[in-house]
Design a protein. Structure first.
Lengths: 780, 323
């Protein structure tokens, strides 16, 4: 290829550069206007030389060997170019050829050089100071350093406020983090440059993530109108729209393949959309297609590994992630997930019909019976409710280290959720992964199991809001004490009328627009399902499940099952909701002040005053059962006045309102037991088991004693086994307790084993000796 | 009747002696070193006082040095005195409370005036004839003393796993608690052995740091197998814990004609049948101990059969004794 031809390509300038969305690296994903601009910033003589966008165009068209050679030449010619431009070219070439360290150094030098040079670019061309920063930032973004990348994009923006690629680059980083600003930045980029193809493509993809296929299609079409032969991602978005609608995507992928036969990114984009739609198996299949098209697309391979793990395929996941690692693709998600797989290898696996339970080996002896009991209960309830059986066993992984759970879910730490469901795989925090009382694990498990059933029943064709809403709804169906009582943040959101229309509720989960919106959306979705059940009956909820399975939209589902428009539904729902919570919402400011005053009185030891005002404070906001709640202050005041019956009454109200402090519940159990109400004491201690079974060894022994006395032998056995799971120093007493429970339950062999174990620890332990002789004496 | 004699060794130094028994005694020497600060001073003195109270109540021969009396010369004199009194069959326990230091070569216990090194303590203890000795070093950096103090027949318990754990320790207070808390009696024989006290104190210490959400700066160890390799848990395979498991520190209830061998010797009834039962019981207990230590070497079925047989037999003997 002659220099003259190259020059003519470059002279084509803006359109080509704009449309070549990905520059040096296929994954960089930024506008190549930057490269064109760089050339614009170079002296005229240098324009005859090869330039980065030429190489990027070859790469984008799948002409890999030529692109490779082009980048090699780019590096070679850098020596003869002016210093700053040459350094920049070298950086682009090194980046494309995988020498990231050298590229990083040269970008740094190029930026420093551009800053030092007074030369101004030709009119209309962007400043190299901005261009180089954006390109450097995109390299850093590709190599997992978003923090410094964002700094560079912002610096570029500051130096050149009208440089659209800087905004697009910020949008890419935000999009990767599901940050709502992604849309904002993309729109800003398009405002500056409406012909920025890559921005239209990104907006299309974001719209599809937000369950808006119509907007996605419009934006993809806009990209294709600007650059019909270059907008590969726009074609992939169209294909994804078809896939999500269960229509064949082939014609779009064929067009994409005709333009670039090795464009794996297109399939990876479709896979990403499928994963977001919770269609994991299909998503994995498309990641495989991406890799079949481009085996060196490491980001897709890493995503494949992570999603194989989500489907429970540990070996497959490890193999893919190790390949990434060995190839130098060591994204935080890749490395963290590999570490997590190592952690998982230390988990014990408990198999029962329909269940694979994975517990940390240290926690397994304690948690196993409680989790199995709840899982079996949930499965029986949902089987009955949905008239179906799960096609395979559900796999539940319980993580004592919250950050392991976060990595399991996202590949990186820092997730706020408690549990997550990937089809038939559930991952969740262990009770020990959180501060005692922070969450109700049985409620969380029931929530996730609801997802398992709904995803199965709808073949994963269900909007996020509805599956989340049903899951929240199911928590309180199990017990009104389960689920999360309204937090002050939710009350404040209700006060500020921040609820979303039901047809747009997905947005509150996928791309929240204010802090705490995800929690508000969970609440809203749950209450929507509560409302439907209370107004129309549970069969309407089931009908909605079936309607979603048939790929109806929320608008269609509401109209078909409830004979309402979504707008009318919203009106009725909000009237119903505010009728039940309106008082609390209106009381919020007064409650803040009243609770603060109550706490002050309690701190001052003015118990009579606390008793006088406590009930009124509770009435202002009965759902408030969190830190420093009025129930606790009032109960303590009653106890200080030695009025135990009133203290019990207040703590029971706390319990029924969903209060879950193990300390307070233990206090209540003690008071109930002292008052001679053993049944209530046992029930209260059982509640602690569903919140934090590891809270207190003594609580299990007490509950074992209560169950034994109440002839609930299975319960007593479980509780005494729980005591042993704490590895108590006093093995003899713990094993003797268990032996007695076994004997009471008629399990003589187990009783004998336990009493012998007690005596092995303490051969002279008289009570155990007596029980042993009793057992021996009864032998036939 | 117990005749208590208190030897005034200083402001806070006491030693009370039970009447000269015909059988083996246990000599306890407790030293609470220099606190340096009022809080530590009070804490060390309090723990030493508690131990003194418990051990005297148990009828042992007790020497306690704390406050101004906790000097090297007083300690040296006391240990020499014990060396003159204790026989081969008497047990000897030295408990060190306070601050220790370790410079990488030598451990020292901080005392009023000149400190005393582990080497000096070992030399003084070597003059005591007791075949079974126990040194409980509860100080900071106490792990640095183990290699010098230990020898065949002398167990060493240290509050820290090495000389580099230099923060003030809490092990001592739980060690004192262990000798008073019936729940420390893990084998339910109404006596607290050194191993039981160690396990109790180590567990409580760990729980203390966990509750306080602090990084644990002390990890208690013991060495009683003569291998100069301190461990944190007894091991039947390696024989670690054997000596301290049989080293009784206090009894929770007065023995009534039976119990551990020394008490049995002291108060065995004249009744021949009962004597025979007691002897049988002792043999069974020994057999159970041996079986437990051989567990790893025996096929599981054989172990289960034999231990079951012995435990059932022991229960029957006890039943007969109780009649």
């Amino acid at each position: 290829m002659s220099v003259g031809v190259l020059a003519s390509v470059i002279v084509l300038g803006g359109v080509l550069a704009t449309s070549v969305a990905t520059a040096a690296s296929p994954a960089a994903g930024a506008s190549a206007r930057a490269s064109g601009a760089a050339a614009a910033g170079a002296p005229e003589a240098d324009r005859a030389a090869i330039a980065p966008e030429r190489c990027a165009a070859l790469h984008k068209r799948g002409r890999r060997p030529e692109a490779h050679a082009c980048y090699e030449r780019l590096i070679l010619q850098a020596g003869s170019a002016p210093r700053v431009v040459g350094t920049y070219w070298r950086a682009e070439g090194e980046w494309a050829l995988g020498d990231y360290g050298a590229a990083n150094r040269d970008f740094r030098d190029a930026v420093a050089g551009a800053d030092a040079e007074p030369a101004r670019p030709p009119a209309g061309a962007p400043s190299p100071r901005a261009v180089y920063r954006v390109r450097w930032g995109l390299l850093l973004h590709e190599r997992f350093n978003d923090s410094e990348a964002v700094d560079l994009f912002n610096e570029a923006r500051a130096r050149e406020p009208k440089y659209a690629p800087a905004y697009l680059a910020l949008a890419r980083v935000s999009a990767d983090g599901f940050d709502n600003r992604a849309i904002e930045w993309t729109r800003k980029a398009l405002e500056i440059d409406p012909r920025l193809t890559a921005a239209h493509e990104l907006l299309a993809s974001l719209a599809l993530e937000d369950s808006d296929p119509a907007l996605a299609a419009r934006e993809a079409d806009a990209a294709l109108a600007i650059a019909p032969d270059e907008a590969l991602d726009a074609l992939a978005v169209h294909a994804s729209i078809e896939l999500l609608a269960d229509r064949p995507p082939d014609r779009w992928f064929e067009r994409m393949g005709a333009l670039n036969a090795s464009y794996g990114e297109g399939y990876a984009l479709a896979a990403h959309q499928l994963i977001l739609a919770m269609r994991y198996t299909q998503g994995v299949a498309y990641y495989r297609k991406a890799l079949a098209t481009d085996p060196e697309l490491w980001s897709a391979r890493s995503d494949l590994g992570i999603n194989l793990l989500r489907l429970g395929d540990e070996a497959g996941a490890r193999a893919e992630l190790v390949r990434c690692y060995d190839a130098g693709y060591r994204s935080p998600e890749t490395v963290n997930t590999l570490r997590l797989i190592d952690t998982l290898s230390r988990f014990v696996t408990i198999r029962e019909p329909g269940i694979i339970l994975k517990l940390d080996e240290q926690e397994a002896p304690l948690l196993r019976p409680y989790f199995l009991e709840q899982l079996n209960r949930d499965i029986a309830d949902y089987d009955r409710k949905y008239h179906m059986k799960l096609p395979g066993p559900v796999r539940v992984e319980v993580y004592p280290n919250h950050e392991d759970f976060a990595v399991r879910t996202l590949g990186v730490p820092g997730l706020g959720a408690l549990g997550v469901t990937f089809g038939e795989v559930v991952a969740m925090d262990s009770p020990s992964g959180r501060k005692p009382g922070d969450f109700h694990w049985a409620s969380t498990l029931r929530h996730e199991m609801s997802h398992v059933y709904i995803l199965t029943a709808t073949n994963h064709r269900v909007p996020r809001w509805f599956t989340e809403g049903l899951a929240v709804h199911e928590e309180t169906q199990a017990s009104p004490e389960w689920g999360d009582p309204m937090t002050p943040d939710i009350v404040a959101a209700l006060r500020d009328h921040k609820l979303l229309p039901v047809a747009d509720l997905d947005r509150g989960f996928v791309r929240p627009s204010y802090p705490g919106q995800v929690q508000v959306s969970y609440f809203e979705a749950g209450r929507v399902c509560d409302f439907i059940q209370s107004r129309w009956g549970v069969e309407k909820l089931n009908a909605m499940v079936h309607a979603y399975a048939l790929r109806k939209t929320t608008r269609e589902v509401i109209a078909q099952t409830l004979s309402l428009t979504p707008e009318a539904f919203d009106q009725q729902f909000q009237a119903w909701l505010y009728a039940s919570v309106g008082t609390t919402v209106g009381n919020l400011p007064a409650w803040h002040a009243a609770l603060a005053e109550l706490a002050r009185l309690a701190h001052a030891g003015r118990n009579d005053a606390v008793i006088g005002k406590g009930d009124a404070v509770i009435r202002l906001y009965p759902d408030y059962v969190y830190d420093d709640n009025a129930y606790e202050l009032l109960a303590d005041a009653y106890l200080a006045r030695e009025n135990r019956p009133k203290a019990i009454e207040v703590l029971r109200r706390y319990e029924h309102a969903g209060g879950r402090s193990p300390q307070l519940l233990e206090k209540l159990a003690g008071l109930e037991q002292d008052a001679g109400d053993s049944a209530a004491a046992a029930a209260t201690l059982e509640r602690i088991n569903l919140i934090d079974p590891a809270f207190d060894q003594a609580e299990h022994r007490k509950l074992g004693d209560l169950w034994l006395a109440q002839k609930n032998y299975a319960g007593a056995i479980r509780e005494y086994q729980a005591v042993l799971a704490f590895h108590p120093l006093d093995q003899a007493s713990a094993r003797l307790d268990l032996a007695r429970a076994y004997l009471a339950a008629g399990e003589r062999n187990a009783a004998e084993d336990s009493v012998l174990a007690a005596l092995e620890a303490a051969p002279d332990y008289r009570p155990a000796q007596k029980l042993l002789l009793e057992l021996e004496g009864k032998k036939p | 009747m117990r005749l208590g004699i208190t030897l005034v060794l200083g402001l806070a130094a006491t030693a009370s002696l039970a009447p000269a028994p015909a059988l083996a005694d246990t000599y306890f020497v407790t030293v609470a070193g220099l606190g340096g600060e009022p809080d530590y001073e009070q804490s060390f003195r309090m723990v030493a006082g508690e131990l003194d109270h418990v051990l005297q109540g148990a009828g042992h021969r007790v020497y306690t040095l704390s406050g101004e009396s906790a000097t090297r010369s007083r300690l040296t004199r006391t240990l020499r005195e014990v060396a003159g009194l204790a026989g081969v069959d008497d047990d000897f326990v030295l408990t060190l409370i306070g601050h220790g230091s370790f410079d990488g070569f030598e451990y020292k216990l901080n005392l009023v005036g000149p400190d005393i090194s582990a080497g000096e303590l070992a030399a003084l203890c070597n003059h005591i004839r007791s075949k079974r000795q126990l040194i409980v070093d509860t100080t900071s950096a106490s792990g640095g003393s183990v290699a010098v103090l230990e020898r065949r027949g002398r167990a060493v318990i240290a509050a820290t796993k090495s000389g580099t754990e230099r923060n003030a320790t809490v092990f001592a207070r739980y060690w004192a608690d262990a000798l008073q808390d019936p729940t420390a009696d893990l084998d339910k024989n109404d006596a607290i052995s050194a191993l039981e006290a160690f396990r109790y104190a180590a567990a409580k210490t760990a729980a203390f740091y966990a509750t306080q959400k602090r990084l644990a700066t002390e990890h208690a160890v013991f060495e009683d197998a003569g291998r100069a390799m301190p461990v944190r848990e007894a091991s039947t395979e390696a024989g670690e814990g054997r000596l301290i498991a049989n080293f009784t520190l206090v009894r929770l209830r007065p023995a009534a004609g039976e119990g551990t061998p020394d008490v049995k010797r002291a108060s065995a009834p004249a009744d021949a049948a009962k004597r025979a039962l007691l002897a049988r019981k002792e043999r069974l207990e020994q057999r159970i101990d041996v079986l437990k230590y051989q567990r790893a070497a025996l096929p599981p079925d054989e172990y289960k059969r034999e231990i079951t047989e012995a435990l059932v037999e022991l229960a029957k003997v006890q039943e007969a004794l109780d009649r």
